[in-house]
Design a protein around this ligand. Structure first.
Ligand code: NAP
Length: 249
């Protein structure tokens, strides 16, 4: 009997969960537990870290996991590295379900940086009004550049924030280009800082920046170990079917 572990927290993972539920494939959805109220899933869900690579290996063994799909966010590098290492070591088949990175067009004014630290370093100049769209986890890094005014859009209301000058909007995507143009006009945004997440849900801010002629500081993706990557749910289902999982039961 197959038993799929979906490493989730993304739109792609949610779509896969819906499909495997529809096909009756036994599967467990794993959340890191970063947001207060994770979306309910149509399959059994677990929440919280596994306890490093050793914990993940133990979880896979104890729960008789037969296949792993890493559908985490492209910046969830630690989880993805652990998944590759553990699946390599235990022989459990693994694929990633991910999305292509965003690419700039002729209208775009993007400056690329390799990681969060380089993005922080690039902000060492005079005060600007910055739309900092990097999520909650790395805000403390940017607090080392306190001269700026930051517009923060977060999934949950934060308890406390490390930067003195900021406006907070609590909202969960997807967002529209019109909405983000209006938001950036209202806040006189001079620069957008974004991770290169890819996908459609968070793309609006880049199109809005393009429409307004606002530059973007684009944080490139972390480099991950070699693994098989798919970009659609049907590809993952095909892979499952070819690795002996009986679909449509
Ligand atoms: N990074 C982003 O920009 C971003 C954006 C949107 C959504 N997310 C989602 O948020 C979650 C955390 O992302 P992150 O960047 O903090 O990850 P990360 O830095 O790669 O992970 C740090 C640790 O969090 C735990 N973890 C991460 N994803 C998990 C999952 N799906 N299930 C169980 N444990 C998980 C693991 O703990 P142990 O070592 O203890 O197992 C992992 O070592 C992921 O599910 C990701 O898909 C991230």
């Amino acid at each position: 009997m197959p038993n799929l572990l979906i490493l989730g927290g993304t739109t792609e993972a949610n779509a896969l969960a819906k499909s495997v539920a529809g096909q009756g494939i036994p599967a467990i959805y794993s959340y890191a537990g970063r947001v207060d109220t994770p979306r309910p899933q149509p399959i059994p869900t677990r929440v919280g870290g596994f306890g490093g690579a050793a914990g993940l290996a133990r979880y896979i063994r104890d729960h008789r996991i037969s296949h792993v799909v890493d559908a985490t966010h492209p910046f969830a590098a630690q989880m993805s590295r652990n998944a590759v290492n553990v699946c390599d070591a235990t022989g459990i088949p693994l694929v990633a379900l991910t999305r292509a990175p965003w690419a700039s067009g002729a209208q775009d004014r993007w400056q690329h940086v390799p990681d969060i630290a380089a993005a922080v370093g690039a902000l060492s100049g005079p005060a600007q009004r910055i739309f900092l769209a990097v999520g909650r986890m790395h805000l403390a890094d940017f607090a080392t550049q306190p001269q700026h005014h930051y517009l923060l859009r977060l999934v949950d209301q934060p308890q406390e924030l490390p930067m003195p000058n900021r406006d907070v909007i609590v909202s969960r995507g997807p967002f529209s280009v019109e909405g983000d143009v209006a938001l950036m006009e209202r806040h006189n945004t001079e620069l957008v800082v974004s991770k290169n997440a890819g996908g459609t849900g968070a793309r609006a801010k880049l199109d809005a920046a393009s429409a307004l002629g606002v530059p973007v500081l684009m944080i490139d993706r972390p480099v991950l170990p070699q693994r098989t990557e798919f970009t659609s749910v049907p590809q993952v289902l095909d892979w499952l079917a070819h690795s002996g999982v009986n679909l449509g039961v």
